[in-house]
Design a protein around this ligand. Sequence first.
Ligand code: F0G
Length: 419
Amino acid sequence: MPKLSIFQCIDCGNEYDIHEIRYRCNCGELLEVIHDLHTSIPDPEKWKCSLDNHLNQTSFHRYKDILFPSSPKDSIISLQEGDTPLYDVSGSFTDFGSLWLKHEGMNPTLSFKDRGMVAGVTWANYLKCEIVICASTGDTSASMAAYSSAAPNMKGIVLIPHGKISSEQLAQPIASGALTIGIESDFDGCMQLVQQLTEKHNIYLLNSMNSIRIEGQKAIGIEALHQLDWQVPDWFVIPVGNAGNISALGKGLRELHELGIIDKLPRLAGIQTIGASPMFESYKNGYSKLIPQKAKPTKASAIQIGDPVSYKKAINELKHFNGLIETVTEIELMDWKAKIDSMGISICPNSSVAVAGTMKLRQTGIINETDNVVVILTAHGSKFSNTAVEYHQDASNRYSNETIIIKPDINELEKVISS
Ligand code: F0G
């Protein structure tokens, strides 16, 4: 009788028990969780039809048989994540077959990280881990802090690059009661420290190099397809930093395809900023070895990452889905943020990297005018209010909308309104 879930090395294929606390194979490579999906979903068509009867459950519960069938029911730590909106904006972008925005910023801690964290913290709770830790550019830390504080007996520790995350992101772990440590380094420096620490101490690592988190994150693509009544788009476009999310997106879609629930594969496009583009450089050179970069500051600070941990997983998925990597400039990403914000959909600058990339791929004809496209928006604009205020205060910006200050005088007010 095969086990329902195991760890397997993405390189040498070595297998490990899922209950081991382990993030890498003995050969040093990352692990992937492999499920016996034919046992958890013996009749895929029946499973697919049954999902509509479970719309009152949280997304993690509803898709559990494909996300993480081994997840222990009694240990689940959920903050009601998921069921995020899928906006059809095709009416405003008529040069696509259709264009959809999946807004992961509408999760409890305002980013997609909650999708993986429900799986990670649930597993930590089940394993009775009392201390959990992550390195973060601001969103993993917010999410891990919230979920660990919702668990019965768990302390969260977050390592963040000092001075490099937004004040809203900094407020989140502090308010949740996590031990919040600013490191005088960048994300890659924080990530190295977390790995060193968890090798030496009994502290559970909850970055996406912990492959349990990837299983929860698969829900984004699966839920989007369910919302689209399983009509597979031509493209999924997603911003890429540490490369966990694109790996999760690919794995979830791959598993749906293997089960026969979808009958074709979409293409994947990962988008980075010009100054933090190690994946792009590798892609340009035929997926040559990753050369770590010193990532340059960007308004998309959550993806200012030069040495993505999940690089190899992401490359495997990109190859499987005939994918590609593109880059965008600071001006492009900020203008597209303003444009989408002005449609009533508040997005963060990391999300707008994906929007700007989509538009660039459309302009260059890689995405064509009949293609159906889903863009993953990864966090809410409210996490980056300074970025928006700065943009709109500068009249030289394309879509700026400056605040006008006046005396408390009716004549002045009328003058402003009529001008
Ligand atoms: N968008 C946002 C809002 C993010 O916070 C991140 C990553 C990404 C995109 C990229 O996802 O790393 O899986 O490729 N944030 C991590 C963090 C690194 O610490 O919050 P990825």
